[in-house]
Design a protein around this ligand. Structure first.
Ligand code: ATP
Length: 363
């Protein structure tokens, strides 16, 4: 089911400001759309409006072609999974999963078939007669998913469903959720503040900040072509390095003059339009290259301050002579010694230019 948001806004009663404004979004049928953003940006508010749990102050919400603004939650054909699994502790897993179908007075044979089908897919068949207190957190989360699945909703809504699980289990459940989505094909809208969940599971990411959409698109677009400095810094770990400077004779020169960068040929026209103006240059940590001898092109020398060994990579926290920090990621097998000085260059096609005033992408 396609979900469309047209100029959606939300103003809570008693609040002066709108919490959300001008939200325009098309979530295609079968999409796994992840709404991502820092705490308080309005993700849950948006999801609850789609669910019918919050009223919509302005704009239109459509499921397919149908306007849903005033349709009660129970008639929206959605199922929601929350961070707290909210299972009934006195009921068995089976009865928890069957609950909504029992409420709808479905036939027992239909209920049994749906519960067993979902349990099979989620690999919880052997726990069907257990109580929630007798199974692990990960299994409980599967039950919560199963309970949503048996309703065969048109749209799945999930609000941080993995945030109560430990890191390993979260990693495992991410893959499970993607598999589940592939086999069910149900349009899913998933809220999280975790960029890894968004990057790994989404067919479409919507990144929000302060009640506005900053960018929406495919995960790789976020990484390779962030629309503004906020997106650039939110996506990717370590955080993208940002240098402040200006364009001089068509090339970037940082305020401290330590970083000089020539835009790649296809970006020259756009960048030279900023001649003499303030510009921010973004470079991801993994796009620096060690240069040993005579430097080729734009390079700089920095002192290795702190090093984090993460196994497959090392994160180098370095400083330019003027004290500016640069974070560099290198393969874990390379030797680096804190206190030493190193020379680095960077890839031409790794440069992200932003208008320093608006924060918007230039190239
Ligand atoms: P988190 O990840 O912390 O849950 P979020 O991005 O989901 O954050 P929301 O919970 O949607 O953000 O909150 C967005 C803003 O709306 C916050 O400033 C919050 O205080 C406000 N807000 C949320 N619910 C209400 C409410 N019922 N009444 C008034 N203001 C609210």
């Amino acid at each position: 089911m396609k979900v469309t948001l047209k100029d959606i806004g939300k103003k809570y009663e008693g609040r002066e400001e709108f919490t959300l404004r001008n939200i325009n979004l098309e979530i295609e049928d079968k999409d796994f759309c992840v709404i991502l953003g820092p705490s308080g940006c309005g993700k849950t508010t948006l999801l609850r409006m789609i669910a019918g749990l919050n009223s919509i102050t302005e704009g239109d919400l459509l499921f397919g072609e149908k306007r849903m603004n005033k349709v009660p939650s129970k008639d929206r054909d959605i199922a929601m999974v929350f961070q707290s699994y909210a299972l009934y502790p006195h009921m068995t897993v089976y009865d928890n999963m069957a609950f909504s179908l029992n409420m709808r007075r479905e036939r027992k044979s239909v209920i049994d078939e749906r519960v067993r089908e979902a349990a099979e897919l989620l690999q919880i068949t052997s726990y069907l007669q257990s109580k929630p207190s007798d199974i692990s957190g990960g299994q409980r989360q599967r039950v919560a998913l199963g309970r949503a699945m048996v309703r065969k909703p048109k749209v799945f809504l999930m609000d941080e469903p993995l945030s109560n699980l430990d890191a390993k289990l979260r990693e495992h459940m991410r893959v499970e959720l993607v598999r589940l989505h592939k086999s069910l094909g149900t349009t899913s809208i998933y809220v999280t503040h975790d960029q890894t969940e968004a990057m790994t599971m989404a067919t479409k990411i919507v990144l929000m900040n302060e009640g506005k959409i900053q960018q929406d698109g495919k995960p790789e677009e976020f990484y390779n072509r962030p629309a503004n400095i906020f997106v650039a810094r939110f996506i990717g770990s370590p955080t993208m390095n940002i240098f402040e400077g200006k364009i001089e004779n068509g090339r970037f020169v940082s305020n401290d003059s330590y970083i000089k960068a020539e835009p790649k040929p296809e970006d020259k026209v756009k960048v030279s339009g900023y001649e003499g103006k303030r510009v921010s240059l973004g470079i991801r940590a993994e796009r620096f290259r060690r240069v040993e001898k005579e430097p080729l092109g734009d390079t700089f020398e920095c002192e290795l301050d702190v090093m984090e060994m993460l196994g497959k990579e090392k994160i180098l926290f370095t400083k330019l002579p003027n004290g500016q920090d640069i974070t560099i990621s290198v393969p874990g097998y390379l030797d680096y010694v804190p206190g030493n000085k190193y020379m680095f260059g960077f890839d031409l096609d790794a440069l992200h230019f932003f208008d320093a005033e608006t924060g918007l992408r230039i190239n």
